[in-house]
Design a protein around this ligand. Sequence first.
Ligand SMILES: C[S@@+](CC[C@H](N)C(=O)[O-])C[C@H]1O[C@@H](n2cnc3c(N)ncnc32)[C@H](O)[C@@H]1O
Length: 414
Amino acid sequence: MGENLGQLVELEISNVAHGGAMVARHEGRVVFVSDAIPGETVRAVITDDAKSAFWRADAVEILDASPHRQDHVWSAASIARAPLERVGGAEFGHIAIEHQRELKRRVLADAVSRMAGVDSPVVVEPVPGAVDGTGWRTRVRLHVADDGTVGGFAARSHRVIPVTDLPLATPAIAAAAPLGRRARHNAGGHIDIVAPSRGDTLVLDGNQGDSITEVVGDREFHLAAGGFWQVHTHAAATLTGAVQEAIDADLFDPLAENLDLYGGVGLLAAAVGDRFGPETRITTVESDARATEFATANLAEWAAAGAVTARADRFLARATADGRRLDGATVILDPPRSGAGKGVVGQLAALHPTQIVYVACDPVALARDLALFASSGYRLNPNQDDTTGAGGIRAFDLFPNTHHVEAVARLVRE
Ligand SMILES: C[S@@+](CC[C@H](N)C(=O)[O-])C[C@H]1O[C@@H](n2cnc3c(N)ncnc32)[C@H](O)[C@@H]1O
C-alpha cells in the first residue's frame, strides 16, 4: 500500500460517518472523505491507503455542491487551502449549522439503532450562543512546533498549523492567545488558554494553574484552572438542566447511596442536590485527586454529599467486594470519550441501582454501553412529559462546527 497516495479521484458522498468524515465508495472500497457533505460530488486526494478495508481522502474541489455548503467559519480550515495546510478542530465548519445538527442526529440515531437495537426519535438541540456556532470555546489548547510556531494541529496529525484567529473560541480567549508569535519556551509542547466565568483569562504553560471560579446559575464551582470543566459557555448549565430533568423523581430516593461517577468537581452531583434538596445523599467518584478536593468543597452545603478519589471501576469493584448494593440509588455516569465500557457497566449493573443517567460525549461509546446495559437488565426510560426526550435520549449541540455531540440517556432497571 502507499501507491495510491496523492491520487485524485472523483467521489459521490453518500453519508456521514462517526468521527466527522463523510462516506464515499471508490471501486467498491469505502473512502472516508473530509471537508465534504452527503449528496456532493467532489474531487479528492487520497491521503491514506494503508488499510484494505477503507481509505481516507481530503476533498480538494467541489464538483456538485450541497445546498448546505457555506464558506468555512474558520478560513484556516477551509477547502481553499491545500489539505496539509488545513487546521483541525472545526471539521463541520463548511456545513450550515442546522444541517450540522441533522448529520450529528443521524450518526447518533444510527449508532444506537445498529449497536443497541434502539430506534430513538432523537433530535440534536441547539444551545444558547451565536447562531453560526462560533465564540463558544472557553478552553483552547494551542500547540508549539519545534521552531516555536504557535498554532493548532492539522487534522489527524501533530503538525502545527499557524493560525491568525480562533473563531470557535470566546472573544476573551481569542484576545489572550499568543497567535502569530514564536514561543520562546515549550517547543514541542502546548499552551492552554482558559476563560473562566469569573476573573481574568489565563494562559497556562503546561501547569494546572491556581484555582478559578465557574458560575452556573446562582452556584459557584471552584476548580484548578487546568482541570476538567465543560467547554462550551452554556454546557454546564445545559447539562445541569438535562440531568435534573432526566432523573425520574418517582424513582429517586434522596437517602439512597446515589453516585456521580466520573464526577469531576461536582457539577452534576450539585445538579442532583439542587433538584432534590439539602438531604440529598450523593458521592462523586473521580480519579483526579485535586478535582475531588474541589468537589468536597463545592458540595459542602449538602451534609450527606461526599467525594472520593478513585477510578470508577476500582470503586465499584470495592463496593462489590464489600457486599454493598445500590438498590434504590440513582447513578449519574459521565465518562470520558471512551465511555464506561464493559467492566464498569457490568459492575454497576450488578449493584442494581434503580436508575442511571448517562451523559455521553461519544455516540458510538454510548451505543455500545446502552447495548451492555440492555443485556444487564437496563432499558431506556422515555420521558413522556418531554417531546425532546421521548425516546429516552436527548442530544445537545455543545460543540458547534465540529462533529462532536453530547447526549443524555435515561436508563431504568427492568
Ligand atoms: C467528561 S468529564 C465529567 C466531569 C463532570 N461530570 C463534569 O461534568 O464536570 C470526565 C471526568 O472523569 C474523570 N475520569 C477519567 N477517567 C476516570 C476513571 N477511570 N474513573 C473515575 N474518573 C475518571 C476525569 O478526570 C474527568 O473529570
